[in-house]
Design a protein around this ligand. Sequence first.
Ligand SMILES: [Zn+2]
Length: 467
Amino acid sequence: MPKITFLGAAGTVTGSKYLIEAEGKRLLVDCGLFEGSKELKQRNWERLAVDPATIDWVLLTHAHIDHTGYIPRLVRNGFHGPIYSNAATRELCTLLLPDSAHLQEEDARYAVKKGYSRHKPPLPLYTVAESQIALKQFREIPRADAFQISPQFSVLPHDAGHILGSSWLELTITENGKKTLVVFSGDVGRYDQPILKDPESPTHADILLCESTYGDRDHPTGSVADELADVINRTAKRGGAVVIPAFAVGRTQTLMYYLRELQEQQRIPALPTYVDSPMAIDVTGLYASHHEDHDEEFSREEEAGKRDPLNVHEVHMTRSVEDSKKINEVASPCIIISASGMITGGRILHHLARRLPDSRCSVLIVGYQAEGSGGRVLEDHAQFLRIHGEEVPVKAEIVELTQLSAHAGRSELVRWLAGFQAPPRQTFLTHGEPSGLNGLRDAIAAQYHWPGVTIPDYLQSFDLSVP
Ligand SMILES: [Zn+2]
């Protein structure tokens, strides 16, 4: 009988890994890193519940590290099969996985320097070289056509509208001639957002796995453009800088799109804009080149050829550390976009160390901030933020603009589920903290009255065969 085991994203938002077994074959859908609290990160070091050498294939929904960042570790520990993804996801992974490895190596070096570590000498979870080896196992599958993995498994991807290349997957499992259709939501994106197409809706499934990141709440309905214009104008008037911690993939490009539009409409001054993240610069190039992901409006703007829709008037892309540090000297109003998006590391830390104590400046929180992250500390109106071992006073204006989230809010998830012509036999809610999971379960009960909605536990297994 086909079986599923939840190796991650069960009761939490990170570590997405779903093991599917049929006729003795093993397929791992997504292979994400646990992120956030120490307890969660510790799981990345534990022995996987199944020997990686016995997994036959990996299949990916999209490139985010909480869906792909465990791949180099899986390969290092014996997985030698193909890793299936579409072209955009593979290209993003060629940037994201070595970057993740680099961060792991830096953490290990830092642990050596500070003299703390569980390992002696401190080791990275995987190295840049190991991430390069893993990338060789990637195989591209079609963006939107069926692909046969084996006699047991075939997959049909659909647009998820979350980030470049993001898909939700229809997986058909065949065992002893019986077929079971499993839908994996991956991460569901937003409707009516710039650049990317809207999420398509599934219409049928025997088994559904649905993410619940924002299962308990909706994003504010206010216009992103209006609010962005307001905060930029009042910060510029004060003579301050607008600092935006943003993930390199997705948020940065959406921000650039809005900023360019607002400048063109002369609703904000043409401020110098610093994109201080080598990764964001590379990813922006990929966003521009993958036309198959672009919605109609974006394609029209590109075809008009008048302008580059992802470039503001005065944009400075900074790759080198020296150029990055020079941004500290900019005293006039400006916009700084830098990673990491949850303020857990990266160049954003030195920008915040410089700008947070300055009451003229603003910090814009534009995405989900996990428990324990620096972004969550700012959201919670803390007086100080600890950066590089120092308590930095928070005097800058903190503005939340979660409309810019790449994740569907509660009612968008409900809308995404509206396409089902009949309830799935079994629905598993994943990829959420408890409030998100319970929130979506209640919403599904209120709206659709589906039977069999389950919130699985970490490492729990379920038989997927027809009862
Ligand atoms: Zn994602």
